[in-house]
Design a protein around this ligand. Sequence first.
Ligand SMILES: Cc1cc2nc3c(=O)[nH]c(=O)nc-3n(C[C@H](O)[C@H](O)[C@H](O)COP(=O)(O)O)c2cc1C
Length: 350
Amino acid sequence: MLYTPIQFRNVELKNRWVMSPMCMYSCENGLANDFHFVHYGSRSQGGTGLIMVEATGVEPRGRITNKCMGIWNDEQAEKLEKIVKFVHSNSESKIGIQLAHAGRKGSTWNNIQIPVEEGWETIAPSPIPYHPTERIPQVLTIEDIKAQIQNFKKAAKRAVKAGFDIIEIHGAHGYLVHQFLSPLSNIRTDEYGGSFENRIRFLLEIVDAVNEELNENVALFVRISGTEYAENGWNIEDSVALAKILKDHAVDLVDVSSGGNIHGAKIPVFDGYQVPFSSQVKKEAVVKTGAVGLITQVEQAEDILEKGDADLIFIAREILRNPYIAVQGSFEMGENCFFPHQYLRAKISS
Ligand SMILES: Cc1cc2nc3c(=O)[nH]c(=O)nc-3n(C[C@H](O)[C@H](O)[C@H](O)COP(=O)(O)O)c2cc1C
């Protein structure tokens, strides 16, 4: 299973390993640099089926920190294009980008809000800060909401031009889209708040706008938090209901993570702790899903796929430790996987 190709639109992933999006906090003015070139490039040499570039701000306020990646201008897209080209011409990996807006969780460093003079005023669906000691975010007007949707659309256009194979919309971890989804962070009384249908509207309008920029050669994923572990908050039933609707809006895969919107929420963490959420969304909404969270072993990953709990395996911290996990797993399992031709002498040990 791990080495069985899978197709999303015309995009074929050679295996089911995905480098999960991970902020590296290493940009100036949102620009990718040599670090990112080596960082993402090396995972392509490790045989990873899909590399997902870190949360990338669709506008300056969409970043979590001043050092986060951005794609709100052409210069940023050009730097990213260099990485995309390397991956495409030197490996069999596909490469995607996670488009994000931090909303009320922006303007921070090391998870602590920084003063407005060093950062910026944050924005959100409602005047509720993530933590009570933080500044009250500015509430988006309907006009602002439409402008944010356009920011995602413009970012998608740049990403397509840069050659990315997959666009992922970051709807998880308490960032702007998630802030709209949750009744605990969204108490609006207009058409973007209140009922489930109203709270998911922002995401659906982003999905539709982004899809206008895509074609059969670029697929669309959405990352969600399956639950936010809070009473009366966004929960797994909501996620299943949302996933069914996302499927109707031409979303190719739901990447199921969890948490991030409620400060202090208790998260039961264990090996594969979010896999049950992926499994439920996959089975009940009949969509393709990605599983993520404390997946560190080849056997464990294979087991998740065999049980039908997910279609893709997103790995984050383990692929930082081991950029070659995909190729290493193929050696262990006797499967085929890209391995740089320059390294062929290392295919046989001794
Ligand atoms: C350094 C770091 C940065 C992260 N940045 C992002 C991000 O940009 N977007 C995102 O959706 N998740 C982000 N995450 C979460 C990971 O993608 C993943 O969901 C989480 O780490 C659980 O997977 P793991 O147990 O394999 O690390 C980040 C995680 C780490 C460790």
